[in-house]
Design a protein around this ligand. Sequence first.
Ligand SMILES: [Zn+2]
Ligand SMILES: [Zn+2]
Length: 294
Amino acid sequence: MLLGAHVSIASGMYKAFERGEGFGCEAIQIFTKSARQWAAKEITDEIAAAFKEARSSSPIEKVVVHDSYLINLAGQDQERWEKSVDAFIVEVERAELVGADYLVLHPGYYKEATRQEALDRVVEAFGKTLDAVGKVNVMILVENTAGMGHGLGAEFFDTGDLLDAMGDDTRFGGCFDTCHAFVAGHDLVSDYDGVFSKYDDEVGLERLKVFHLNDALFKVGSGKDRHSRIGEGFIGADVFTKLVNDNRFKSIPGILETPVENDENDSYGHEIVKLRSYVKGKNTRKKIDWGEYE
Ligand SMILES: [Zn+2]
Ligand SMILES: [Zn+2]
């Protein structure tokens, strides 16, 4: 797995690379704008060029963008839905501008509608998005969710149905969040193989492009989405050991979204060193200096 973390773009988008490198990341995830606001500062040619320049000399191999938390493509309220679609189009355009590999989204939530109506809404939104952005290289990844309230994505077949509805369009794929899966009832602890064979049946492992590596503060099936540090939650070190040694996921980014303090004793650097210590055999990736956290 390409180990990485969600990093800040404060005081310059390109700074995400030096932050990520400081933690020993092989992949990073960013927001290209505030995740809790609709408005976005324009990505000028200079900003995009600086980002790509920083990437070209960085050992970081993959760049993932996460979309805004405000966007709900499954909603039934027309005005809010249109606003969400417009905002999602902007997210895709921005991710494309900076040359990101993937854009992750939560499929959305619904009230006073059936699951099918909600899915149809998302598919319609994806269609509008593709019409608006034209040919893009960035892949759009549907993340599995914790399943609180009327949320799509707690079942793997929600993702599968959405991807199927997009036909064989290779611009779509899946993102697997370990905490979300576990609290939604997919028991990685007692049945690691079963969970992934289910994902394979309902989505297809070949369509899985990014992991979010988060331990879970609450129990399996609790529906409560609270992340905890790796090895300190109900998922535990054994599952993460299996994941980082699973050959099927060898070249897939595994992005940390765990609650670290960002101080010298507790940062994504420490989380990555912990994950690396779970990797069996020799470290074949020589480009990165792990010294700082060892
Ligand atoms: Zn996530
Ligand atoms: Zn979460």
